[in-house]
Design a protein around this ligand. Structure first.
Ligand code: NAD
Ligand code: ZN
Length: 234
């Protein structure tokens, strides 16, 4: 178990051109998230739901990891056993920063992957449309395939990994998340030291619980965060 947990959210990828949940003008505004991100979306709004994820998958192709992803990737390769990298992001920008799939824990799924609705087999389709992979059907059992994303109201098995890593955590670092989905306050209270980096205060985060608060872009905060990690592990 790692001593340091780095938990990231949409803000980490914002400077790479992927819109956050609340940004205006992004894909999220074109679609009603309650229509395309809900546990019953694939049953009652199948076509538009598949289309929404196809667009989000395709938009990743030309996006690049930013300085913050790269610094985190470098830290993880320097201190593989001391740092757990856990993200709410479903994009592949850590992977584009050369991290291996077992070095990043994706709490809410991974956009380049699709999964069988029956046998759960997972396929990596890169940036393709779901229906362009074997007509959207599982190679093993022919059942329908779906995005390998955790929809609202579905269970999120990777939260067990988060809880396990937190139980041993001494330094907790939060980057680019509003804290609306994963509650960070109780974790900050529990650990010895904690750092918060967002653009601005969030109503779901009690920033006085954090040892250090950096309200600035992730690409600007990350070098200071890296120094804290180096000092902590010395
Ligand atoms: P959010 O959109 O709710 O909050 C974004 C947070 O990032 C805000 O607190 C904001 O202050 C901060 N932020 C914005 N730009 C920043 C920057 N340049 N540097 C540092 N911080 C910045 O995001 P969330 O908490 O991750 O929740 C969104 C949910 O939607 C998650 O469940 C996630 O799975 C999903 N989502 C994922 C992506 C992605 O994969 N890139 C993008 C949008 C949404
Ligand atoms: Zn199957």
């Amino acid at each position: 178990m790692a001593k340091i947990v780095i938990l990231s959210g949409a803000g980490l990828s914002a400077e790479s051109g992927i819109s956050t949940f609340r940004d205006s003008g992004g894909l999220w505004e074109e679609y009603d998230v309650s229509v395309v991100c809900n546990h019953d979306s694939l049953d009652i709004n199948k076509d538009i739901t598949i289309e929404f994820y196809n667009k989000r998958r395709s938009e990743l192709e030309d996006k690049e990891a930013n300085h913050a992803h790269k610094v985190i990737a470098q830290l993880k390769s320097e201190y593989p056993n001391d740092i757990a990298v856990i993200t709410q992001n479903v994009d592949n920008l850590f992977e584009k920063a050369q991290m291996k799939s077992d070095e990043v824990i994706h709490l809410h799924g991974f956009m380049p992957e699709i999964r069988c609705r029956e046998c759960e087999k997972v396929y990596d389709i890169g940036y393709k449309k779901l229906q362009d992979f074997n007509d959207g059907q599982c190679l093993e059992c022919s059942a329908d395939l779906r995005p390998n994303i955790v929809f609202f109201g579905e269970s999120a098995p990777m939260y067990e990994r988060l809880n396990a890593e937190i139980s041993n955590c001494e330094l907790f670092i939060v980057i680019g998340t509003s804290g609306e989905v994963v509650g960070v306050n109780s974790i900050a209270q529990y650990v010895t030291r904690s750092i918060l980096n967002n653009l601005e205060p969030s109503r779901a985060i009690e920033d006085s619980l954090f040892s250090k608060v950096l309200y600035m872009k992730a690409t600007e905060a990350i070098d200071e965060i890296a120094k804290e990690i180096d000092d902590f592990l010395e």
